[in-house]
Design a binder for this molecule. Structure first.
Ligand code: 6CS
Ligand code: FE
Length: 302
């Protein structure tokens, strides 16, 4: 593993990954908060976001809204018409639903949510521009068998496979059940967003058909993970239903499996700057389908 290094400024790809036989740690070449930083987040919140790569907003959505969203999550997960649809991802070790993607197109409730100013204005504040939905999903992480999400940077995938040029996207994870230390809460290495882990391996054709169940290409090597964990530690993001975690596209994050009776479900929306629209994949044979990487860059919430 090559420690933190700077690439010559003129490379067309500042974040090469899945290209070399050796992993490398590269310096982030993008701001975390773009623009003036004015908006609904207080200066402490936005500074905390810039430093840690994430922030949490307690009770951003009401109990009533949580109930509505959870009912929608259950409806989508049990809709017979959706079974077999490639937007429905089944757990690798059971027949349980792991995720449903593109929920803002499958559900009027979630179509409204992605335009909600409580989210969009915060995304605009971070990204310094109009924003569009790059991806949306609901994650079930059911009790007694919810699978893990191994350590990864979302940006590494979105850059390699979706053609996202810069680190100018952020994710909102709205908890729809209580997140405990024991039921597979999200873990983030605070500050890890400042380092890009260049991964080895090559993206196989139609890799998304397996990576969404369990990712093994584009995952960081253990030496890099150990280095980042030693540097930054690991935060476990517990919280209540209705709390929202907002995190940078390049945070090193993951979550454990869930063998408790208590599901850890959330609705997950990725906002990308309209000035960072995805184009040709940087390291994959073909772009992923639209349900994973939107190609409609129309701004939301305006
Ligand atoms: O591949 C993706 O786009 C998705 N995979 C993970 C594990 N997190 C980000 C995103 O939802
Ligand atoms: Fe992720």
């Amino acid at each position: 593993m090559t420690l933190q290094m700077d690439l010559p400024a003129s490379t067309s790809d500042d974040y090469p990954t899945r290209k070399n036989t050796e992993p490398a740690l590269l310096y982030r070449k993008d701001p975390t908060v773009w623009g003036s930083g004015e908006g609904p987040f207080s200066s402490e919140e936005i500074e905390g976001y810039a430093r840690r790569g994430y922030t949490q907003v307690a009770s951003l959505v009401s109990d009533e809204e949580v109930k509505t969203y959870y009912a929608e999550l259950e409806r989508l997960g049990s809709d017979p018409a959706l079974r077999g649809d490639e937007r429905v991802i089944i757990e690798p070790s059971s027949e349980e639903v792991r995720s449903v993607f593109e929920v803002h197109k499958l559900s009027d409730v979630f179509a409204e949510l992605v335009n909600d100013p409580r989210l969009v204005e915060r995304a605009r504040q971070i990204l310094g521009s109009d924003v569009y939905v790059h991806q949306s999903r609901v994650n079930y992480k059911p009790g007694f068998g919810g699978g893990s999400f191994y350590w990864h940077s979302d940006f590494e995938t979105w850059h390699a496979e979706d053609g996202m040029p810069r680190m100018r996207a952020c994710s909102f994870s709205i908890a729809l059940t209580d997140n405990y230390t024991h039921n597979g809460a999200l873990m983030i290495m605070p500050g890890s967003h400042e380092t890009f882990v260049s991964c080895t391996g090559e993206t196989p054709e139609n890799y998304y058909r397996s990576s969404l169940k369990s990712q093994n290409v584009g995952t960081p090597d253990e030496a890099s993970l150990t280095y980042l964990a030693d540097q930054h530690g690991i935060d476990v993001l517990t919280g209540s239903a209705g709390d929202v975690t907002v995190f940078d596209s390049n945070c090193m994050h993951g979550s454990g499996g869930n063998i408790t009776p208590y599901p850890r479900s959330n609705v997950f929306i990725v906002f990308n700057s309209v000035e960072n629209a995805c184009a040709k994949p940087f390291s994959a044979p073909a772009p992923r389908p639209e349900f994973l990487s939107a190609r409609d860059f129309t701004p939301v919430g305006r």
